[in-house]
Design a binder for this molecule. Structure first.
Ligand SMILES: Cc1ncc(C[n+]2csc(CCOP(=O)(O)OP(=O)(O)O)c2C)c(N)n1
Length: 532
């Protein structure tokens, strides 16, 4: 006989899930009691931060990651971050405490009413086991479901008196030993047909999406683009949480804009558009227009049946992105089409006071080593960063596909914990910092050596840009005067520097990257949107 807790921690061990991200309450303490020495608990001080850290960790470690939340109010605080994790295809096992079974029916204080309903639609599956003895099996199911395509959060609510209940060996005999794998290739006939279409096309292009990175397909995507001389576009930055193709490669043409009409006109001239690992497309502002050029065809390769079904146009193949691209690479011959024209260099950096965002990112590019990772949430400077850094290594860029602020600061911590040997630069707008500001405490408490770069423009700059697009005038709440992010971070114990010139910025960033603990550089930047 063992307890439910012992059996469940054994299950976590078998899955290598010995890091738990959490914020505890009374309903979670029975799970956390006698916490085993081979596990580590990363404390976040607010649930949005806890889930955001786990999201970054799950993506950067390619493994299902356990998040433990406090019953109803903790889950409530986490909802925006769960929305983000789902959009990021981040495999999370989310557990939450629940009242003791004897007090659920009477709805004693802190009962998570309708625990399995409240998290929908942001989880793939939500469950509360009917018996204490079912907790390990329910958690095992949550782990498998989170890891199957499309990856995403799965939720298990656990009454707090379950953990110390005794469990029969027979109830858990098979639970921990099972492996469930979900990477499936495409039907060979469908691949052969696609290969024929690609070879016959006069001017095809590839749109590279985030799941190329998540499925480990960079090498195959590069080989396919070179063999077939494909022009390559990145999927729109708004929905592209990761990069699927080196942005310094000669075939790379740029990042698609995020709206219907502009995508259609950007793709003018291509007759076959092959998308891989992205939805079609992560549109945001509604700018109507033909979604594709006249006569062009589109084929999407995605592991997500939902992305395939809801695409407004084109054919779709639901299968693992890497396996399918690899099969396609085998099936096509080398093309003798004209190779695509490489895009030119970014314009020279302009010095100004305060600096433009492009000058800031050109400086980051000088300082961040080749193996560096960027976690980005600085809305008006997103494209300037992409165009200045031209990131060209896999697993080196994380952005929130969901768009909920607070991801950046917290995911930066999770990514750094998952990749302790690579320097992480977490680039944030000063408005974005505030949605996960208590993450600074976790950075200091666990000495997580992220270099935070905060761009201070004293405004919600992107909302001013949106106001123009939406032809809205006179909206309140778009300015952020006297917001001292660096001072707040200092209060949490972060080593901070405030800079204004490029030389000061270079020096401060270099010191941050070299340091073994968290550091923050706040730089004043000119307001407005920067593309370069
Ligand atoms: C949780 C959440 N609340 C509100 C928003 C709306 N929003 C999008 S961008 C933005 C402003 C971000 O400001 P800042 O980080 O300073 O960057 P800037 O736009 O100035 O570059 C806001 C409030 C959001 N995306 N997510």
């Amino acid at each position: 006989m063992s307890t439910v807790r012992e059996a469940t921690f054994d299950l976590f061990r078998r899955h290598g899930m010995t890091t738990i991200f959490g914020n505890p309450g009374s309903t979670e303490l029975p799970m956390l009691g006698d916490f085993p020495a081979d596990f580590r608990y990363i404390l976040g001080l607010q649930e949005a931060v806890v889930v955001g850290m786990a999201d970054g960790y799950a993506q950067a470690s390619s493994s299902v990651t356990h998040v433990n939340l406090h019953t109803a109010p903790g889950v409530g605080n986490a909802m925006g971050a769960l929305f983000n994790a789902q959009a990021n295809h981040s495999p999370l096992l989310v557990t939450a405490g629940q009242q003791v079974r004897a007090q659920i029916t009477m709805q004693a204080n802190l009962t998570n009413r309708d625990a399995t309903r409240v998290v929908h639609p942001y989880v793939k599956w939500a469950f509360e086991p009917p018996r204490a003895a079912d907790v390990p099996a329910a958690i095992a199911q949550g782990i498998h479901r989170a890891s199957l395509p499309p990856k995403g959060p799965a939720f298990v609510s656990i009454p707090m008196d379950d953990w110390n209940a005794e469990i029969d060996e027979a109830d858990v005999r098979w639970v921990g030993a099972r492996t469930v794998t979900g990477r499936a290739g495409a039907d060979p006939e469908v691949v052969a047909e696609l290969a024929g279409r690609l070879e016959r096309a006069k001017r095809p292009c590839l749109v590279a999406g985030p799941d190329i990175d998540a499925s480990g397909a960079w090498d195959v995507a590069i080989a396919l683009a070179e063999k077939q001389r494909l022009a390559v576009w990145a999927s729109p930055a708004t929905g592209g949480g990761r990069l699927g193709f080196p942005e310094g490669h000669p075939n790379f043409q740029g990042t698609l804009p995020p709206a219907i009409g502009p995508i259609g006109s950007t793709l003018e001239g291509y007759d076959l558009i092959l998308t891989a690992g992205t939805s079609v497309f992560p549109y945001y502002p509604h700018i109507p227009g033909p979604p594709l050029p006249e006569g062009a065809e589109l084929v999407a390769i995605t592991s997500d049946p939902d992305e395939a079904a809801r695409a407004p146009m084109g054919d779709a193949i639901v299968a693992d992105v890497r396996l399918t691209l690899a099969a396609l690479l085998e099936a096509v011959g080398a093309s003798d089409r004209e190779p695509p024209m490489p895009v030119g260099d970014a314009p020279p950096v302009e010095d100004s006071d305060p600096l433009g965002a492009g000058a800031v990112h050109a400086t980051l590019h000088e300082v961040l080593p080749e193996e560096g990772i960027v976690v980005l949430e600085s809305p008006t400077s997103t494209m300037a960063l992409r165009n200045r850094l031209r990131i060209s290594n896999p697993g080196s860029y994380y952005f929130c596909a969901g768009g909920g602020l607070g991801y950046g600061l917290s995911a930066g911590l999770g990514v750094q914990l998952a990749q302790p040997d690579r320097p992480v630069a977490c680039v944030l707008g000063e408005g974005s910092v505030q949605y996960a500001v208590s993450g600074f405490w976790t950075a200091v408490a666990y000495q997580i050596p992220v270099t935070f770069l905060v761009l201070r423009n004293n405004e919600y700059g992107i909302l001013k840009w949106f106001a123009e697009v939406e032809q809205v005038t006179g909206a309140p709440g778009l300015d952020l005067p006297a917001l001292e992010s660096a001072e707040i971070a200092r209060g949490y114990g972060v080593d901070v520097r405030r800079v204004r010139s490029r030389d000061e910025l270079r020096e401060a960033l270099a010191a941050g990257v070299a340091s073994n603990g968290p550091s923050l550089v706040e730089v004043d930047v000119a307001p407005g949107m920067s593309l370069f």
